[in-house]
Design a protein around this ligand. Structure first.
Ligand SMILES: [Zn+2]
Ligand SMILES: [Zn+2]
Length: 82
């Protein structure tokens, strides 16, 4: 989690201060976008995909989530991909 504050603010703007999660593993918003509103304090910023070491994290790779979806995303991330 190494997004700069500038990228975080831009991501929040893009998201309309709402969680961007569309994961179907979240029970709270099955098949729709998460309805949770978030603030800079409650938001969880996650990478959409792993970046190359030394490559700065950009807005396009930043997903803004609420606490609940952030926890789900963390579990998602640790799923083996092979
Ligand atoms: Zn959410
Ligand atoms: Zn979610």
């Amino acid at each position: 989690m190494a997004f700069s504050e500038e990228v975080q603010l831009q991501a929040m703007d893009r998201a309309g201060w709402r969680c961007e999660c569309v994961r179907d593993l979240c029970a709270t918003h099955y098949l729709t976008r998460c309805p949770s509103t978030i603030s800079m304090v409650t938001a969880v910023f996650v990478r959409k995909k792993q970046t190359v070491l030394g490559d700065p994290d950009k807005l396009s790779n930043c997903e803004v989530l609420c606490q609940y979806c952030g926890a789900n995303a963390a579990m998602d991330e640790f799923k083996p991909t092979y």
